[in-house]
Design a protein around this ligand. Structure first.
Ligand code: GDP
Ligand code: MG
Length: 441
C-alpha cells in the first residue's frame, strides 16, 4: 500500500498541469490502494468526496507544494475517520472496573485479555482474569497458563458449563480480593451466530461491565465492518483492539471498526507475546497506512546534504530493493561517518531508533563496528547474495571463527540484516524525485 500511494502522489507531483483530471486520477489510484488495505468501500468513497471538497484546485494550480497539499488532506481525513469523537472508558486505580472482551473465536481475545491485564499491572493496577469461555475445550487452561506467567489472579472452572454463573462468581471473588481491573474473557464461535450473541448479552447483563472491548483480527479484510457492527448491535462495545498487526494485514479494517462501533481503537496487538502490545496512536498508524512516515523526510534530506554526484548511485540502490549484506556494510559505513552523510543515514527508517537509539550512540557504534568485522570474514558470494538461506550453520561457524566472535553474535547480525532487508524492500520501485523536480513542486 505504502508504495502504491507514494507512487500515486509521485505521479501527481510530476504532472506539470494540475487540474481536476489529475486530481481524479490521483484519487482513483489512492482509492485502489486503500481498498487493497481492507478499508471499506463506502469509507473510501466518503473520503474521496471529502478530499474533493477540501482540496482547492486554484491553490494547486497556483503552484504551491501540490504533493504536500493532497498528502496532508488525505492524512487529516483518515485521522478524522479514526476518531469517533469521544474517548473510551478508562479504568481508575483503586476502584473496581469490569472490562469484558468480545470477538470471534481466534480473533485473539484470550491473548489480548492477558496483554491488557499485564499492561495495566505494570502501571500499578491490580488486575484479575475471569474465564467465562465454557464453549471451547481448553479455554480455561489457556487463560490460566497466561495468567500464571504474568502472576495475575485468575478465576475459572473445568466443570461449570454456565458462562454467566462463572462470570458473576469470578467478578464477585475478584472484588473481594480488592482487584481493581476485572477482566472477563468470553467465548467466540467460529461464525457470528445467534447463540454467541445471546450468551454475550447474558454475561454482559449479569456482570454489568464498565467497558466492552471488541477484539478484531486485522486480517479479516472487508468483513471488518459487518463483523464489528454485528457485535455492536448485541452488546455496548466501547472500544476496539486490533490484533495481529505484525502479520501481512495492512490494518485498514481499523477504520471500519471505528465507523461501525463509533468507538476508538485503544491498543493494537503486534505478536503472540505478552508485551507485543501497543497503545494505539492515530497519527503514526495513518502515516504507516499511507507509507509516508519517515521516507518523505528522508528523501528531502538526501537532496539537501548528499553531494549531487553521489545521489544517483545512492538512489539507484535504494530503489532496486535488493538488500545484500554488502549494501548493509556500505550503509553502516555511511552511518558511522561524521557529518551530514552520517546524519542522513541515521534518518533511514529502521536504521535510526532501533539501531542507534538516542543516548546509546557509543554502544551502538561499537555494535555496528562488530557487525562489520564479522562481515569482513565473509566471502564475496555471501556478501552479494540477498538470499539468507545461503548462510548455513557451517558458514556461520566459519564467520564467527574468522572474526573472533561468538556464533550467536553472527546470528544476531543476520537477524539485524533480515530486519533491515524487510524495511529496505519497501523502497523497491519507488520513484524518487530528482532534485530539479523537487523544487518544481
Ligand atoms: P481467542 O479465540 O479469540 O481467544 O483467540 P486467542 O487469544 O486464543 O488467539 C488465537 C491465536 O492468535 C493464538 O495462536 C494467538 O497466539 C494468536 N494471536 C493473538 N494475538 C496475536 C497478535 O497480535 N499477533 C500474532 N502474531 N498472533 C496473535
Ligand atoms: Mg479464547
Amino acid at each position: 500500500l505504502g508504495t502504491s500511494i507514494s507512487r500515486a502522489l509521485q505521479q501527481m507531483s510530476n504532472a506539470t498541469i494540475i487540474d481536476e483530471k489529475v486530481l481524479n486520477e490521483c484519487l482513483n489510484e489512492i482509492t485502489r490502494a486503500l481498498l487493497q488495505a481492507d478499508v471499506q468501500f463506502k469509507l473510501v468513497r466518503d473520503m474521496q468526496t471529502n478530499i474533493k471538497k477540501i482540496v482547492n484546485l486554484d491553490d494547486l494550480a497556483a503552484g504551491h507544494n501540490k504533493r504536500r497539499i493532497i498528502q496532508q488532506a488525505i492524512f487529516n481525513e483518515l485521522c478524522k475517520m479514526l476518531d469517533p469523537g469521544k474517548p473510551s472508558f478508562t479504568p481508575k486505580k483503586g476502584k473496581p472496573s469490569i472490562v469484558m472482551f468480545v470477538g470471534l473465536q481466534g480473533s485473539g481475545k484470550t491473548t489480548t485479555c492477558t496483554k491488557y491485564a499485564y499492561y495495566h499491572q505494570k502501571k500499578g493496577w491490580k488486575p484479575a482474569l475471569v474465564c467465562a469461555d465454557t464453549f471451547r475445550a481448553g479455554a480455561f487452561d489457556q487463560l490460566k497458563q497466561n495468567a500464571a506467567k504474568a502472576k495475575i489472579p485468575f478465576y475459572g472452572s473445568y466443570t461449570e458449563s454456565d458462562p454467566v454463573k462463572i462470570a458473576v462468581e469470578g467478578v464477585e471473588r475478584s472484588k473481594k480480593e480488592n482487584c481493581d481491573l476485572i477482566i472477563v474473557d468470553t467465548s467466540g464461535r467460529h461464525k457470528q451466530e445467534a447463540a454467541l450473541f445471546e450468551e454475550m448479552r447474558q454475561v454482559s447483563e449479569a456482570t454489568k461491565p464498565d467497558l466492552v472491548i471488541f477484539v478484531m483480527d486485522s486480517s479479516i479484510g472487508q468483513a471488518a465492518f459487518d463483523q464489528a457492527q454485528a457485535f455492536k448491535q448485541s452488546v455496548a462495545v466501547g472500544a476496539v483492539i486490533v490484533t495481529k498487526m505484525d502479520g501481512h494485514a495492512k490494518g485498514g479494517g481499523a477504520l471500519s471498526a471505528v465507523a461501525a462501533t463509533k468507538s476508538p481503537v485503544i491498543f493494537i496487538g503486534t505478536g503472540e507475546h505478552m508485551d507485543d502490545f501497543q497503545v494505539f496512536d492515530v497519527k503514526p498508524f495513518v502515516s504507516r497506512l499511507l507509507g509516508m512516515g519517515d521516507w518523505s523526510g528522508f528523501m528531502d534530506k538526501i537532496h539537501e546534504v548528499v553531494p549531487m554526484d553521489q545521489q544517483p548511485e545512492l538512489l539507484q540502490k535504494l530503489t532496486e530493493g535488493n538488500f545484500s549484506l554488502r549494501i548493509m556494510y556500505e550503509q553502516f559505513q555511511n552511518l558511522l561517518k561524521m557529518g551530514p552523510i552520517g546524519q542522513v543515514f541515521s534518518m533511514l527508517p529502521g536504521f535510526s531508533a532501533e539501531l542507534m537509539p538516542k543516548g546509546h550512540e557509543k554502544e551502538s557504534q561499537a555494535k555496528i563496528k562488530r557487525y562489520m568485522t564479522m562481515m569482513d570474514s565473509m566471502t564475496n558470494e555471501e556478501l552479494d547474495s540477498s538470499n539468507p538461506k545461503l548462510i548455513t550453520e557451517s558458514r556461520m561457524m566459519r564467520i564467527a571463527r574468522g572474526s573472533g566472535r561468538q556464533k550467536k553474535e553472527v546470528e544476531e547480525m543476520f537477524e539485524e540484516y533480515k530486519r533491515l532487508a524487510k524495511i529496505w524492500s519497501k523502497m523497491k520501485g519507488l520513484k524518487i524525485p530528482k532534485k530539479g523536480d523537487m523544487s518544481a513542486l
